[in-house]
Design a protein around this ligand. Structure first.
Ligand SMILES: [Zn+2]
Ligand SMILES: [Zn+2]
Length: 203
């Protein structure tokens, strides 16, 4: 169920979910010239839902600790300035030990209407290199979606307990960060040469 509070005069459209009113869309035409601090205007309560349904891979669990989101409008363009801090847990890709990480990022995004080519916009040229350009639907932007996208981008591609993690021994399963086991050297080349020598013995 959607409704616009206070007739047409409030920039945030609310969505009723089990009795909680959470902001889903912000109408671009109704963001004031001073900009809109989304979190200050909405409170932090609605942020608890932001991560729902979002795949935290390679993390197993995560939480959004804090976020800021500020929107400014110039013509049909929406400038988004934001930051977030999230923390999460998972397991090291190499040694499977538990790993906790904190992800803290700042972001700037320019959202343009679907019919506007970013190349024709002076702001894109001014900020080239550090400003992402996205499209909005011409009417409203979804603050939750903006944060979700940034959170996805901020996830590491893999999780390591340490850059120099030595991983597990392929033979005994021992954690090689805790000291070398007494298994024979197991570089891939050696496995193949061992197979080769077996083949040779057969012949
Ligand atoms: Zn590790
Ligand atoms: Zn071993």
């Amino acid at each position: 169920m959607l409704r616009l509070t206070e007739a047409c005069c409030f920039p945030i459209v609310f969505n009723s979910t089990l009795g909680d009113w959470t902001a889903v869309h912000i109408r671009i035409a109704e963001i004031s010239g001073d900009g809109l601090d989304v979190i200050a205007s909405r409170g932090k309560a609605w942020l608890s839902d932001v991560l729902e349904g979002l795949d935290p891979y390679p993390l197993e669990t995560w939480r959004l600790v804090s976020t800021e989101l500020f929107l400014q409008v110039e013509g049909k363009d929406v400038f988004v300035e934001g930051a977030y801090k999230a923390e999460g847990e998972g397991r090291c890709d190499k040694c499977t030990e538990p790993v906790s990480i904190v992800i803290a990022e700042r972001f700037h995004t320019l959202m343009v209407p679907p019919d506007e080519l970013p190349a024709g916009n002076s702001h894109v040229e001014l900020h080239e290199g550090d400003l992402e350009v996205n499209y909005h639907n011409g009417v409203s932007v979804d603050p939750e979606e903006i944060i979700r996208e940034q959170l996805s981008l901020g996830l590491p591609s893999k999780l390591l307990c340490d850059e120099g993690c030595k991983g597990l021994c392929a033979l005994c399963g021992g954690n090689r960060n805790r000291g070398e086991c007494n298994c024979p050297d197991q570089k891939p080349g050696n496995v193949f040469s061992a197979l080769e020598s077996l083949e040779e013995k057969k012949e």
